[in-house]
Design a protein around this ligand. Sequence first.
Ligand code: ADP
Ligand code: MG
Length: 265
Amino acid sequence: MGKVIAIANQKGGVGKTTTAINLAASLAALEFRTLIIDADPQANSTSGLGFNPQEMQNSIYECMIEEVETGDIILETDFPNLHLIPSHIDLVGAEIEMINLKDREHRMKAAITEVRQQYDFIVIDCSPSLGLITINSLTAADSVIIPVQCEYFALEGLGKLLNTITIIQSRLNTELIIEGILLTMYDLRLRLSNQVVTEVTNHFQSLVFNTIIPRNVRISEAPSYGIPVMAQDAESKGAVSYLNLAREILEKNGLLSSDKQMGVN
Ligand code: ADP
Ligand code: MG
């Protein structure tokens, strides 16, 4: 049964999509069968893996309202072990349309259950909101990764997110844990970046991943080619850091065998 990891933060531009694509690609490269669910109407994970969102007929939403079977809309990417449930712009209206549905918070969980046994990991790229689709994502998830950008106001909004997680843990998903807080876009040369690392680590202690994702131009270029950064430049700092994150998560979950420690390079 695949472990479901949501990548969430209602703040935009903190590295959710980048983390979803590159963590999923790293897990896939380490030979874990991995599915990305693009749960954001902006469809950046969909385009970042080389698909045109405007050509997508279906998304996780159609699975959630039981219009299609989840297994029927999964796309194979160009990368071994990496599949995608795409998004399209109509996901915007989904939140409103779902309000009156029965079990409205558990719809994504039900949709995922249909295909869960086919994967080792299912990574959900959440939208920058705490709306119903994100609530569905967190209700479906075993754990959540919270990307935090090493920038001004890094901690802004984090309290609200942690509050939402606590409410979901008490009412909708008692099993949900925080997999970790991920510091992203770290710039070694900036004092500010270092201050954020210190502040977040002091505050959240062992909840913070040891792996820190550096600001790296290769990471920002890769989506325009529709590929994960490791497919563009496997030696780049960005690619290596996401591979390290994958290994850290595998280790935490007792899944890192010695042959996989050697990596893919
Ligand atoms: P979110 O999904 O949280 O809105 P994104 O993953 O789309 O955030 O990242 C926002 C922008 O920052 C994108 O243009 C992305 O390419 C860029 N970006 C993300 N992480 C990095 C990084 N480590 N180094 C450089 N650019 C990055
Ligand atoms: Mg995004």
